[in-house]
Design a protein around this ligand. Structure first.
Ligand code: MG
Length: 163
């Protein structure tokens, strides 16, 4: 059985994962409008992953005898700046998610909730990957500067992400 504290953390995390999904979907829509289809594809896949993350918490809560209570999700911004700025925003967002996962891990440790620690391990690894991927795109976008050719090349490459 999940403790009340851990249950509240996990229910909040479902909302936060869906906030992320919604943010990335808004970024996808922005890139569609800007004719940067590769970035749009990347963002849509990212949004899909965040929904899967939300479902992992949903399952874990049920597996541990808790009750899922859904909360309202945030409206993401409608306007975005350059691709570099958008991916910097993604990186910053993911750093925030990492801090949040680490916080939950610390709560699980404090509560001697070993099952939640094992469950959260997957997310600790996942965040290393998320930050690495976002950083790579940010650094490439910095490298190309104002080059339109470079931008189209990165857009095309990023749109071919497999998962
Ligand atoms: Mg996530």
């Amino acid at each position: 059985m999940l403790s009340k504290t851990m249950l509240d953390e996990m229910n909040l995390q479902i909302k936060l994962e869906l906030d992320s999904a919604y943010l990335y979907l808004a970024m996808a829509a922005h890139f569609e409008s800007a004719n940067l289809g590769g970035f749009a594809t990347w963002m849509k896949m990212q949004a899909g992953e965040e929904q899967e993350h939300a479902l992992k918490f949903y399952e874990h809560i049920h597996d541990r005898g808790g009750k899922v209570v859904l909360q309202g999700i945030e409206q993401p911004p409608a306007d975005y700046a350059t691709p570099l700025q958008v991916f910097q925003q993604v990186l910053k967002h993911e750093e925030g998610v990492t801090a949040r996962i680490h916080h939950m891990y610390a709560v699980a440790q404090k509560e001697n909730d070993y099952a939640s620690q094992v469950f959260l391990n997957w997310f600790v690894d996942e965040q290393v990957e998320e930050e690495k991927n976002a950083t790579e795109i940010v650094e490439k976008l910095k490298m190309i500067g104002d080059s339109t050719n470079g931008l189209f090349m990165i857009d095309s490459k990023v749109g071919k992400r497999a998962e």
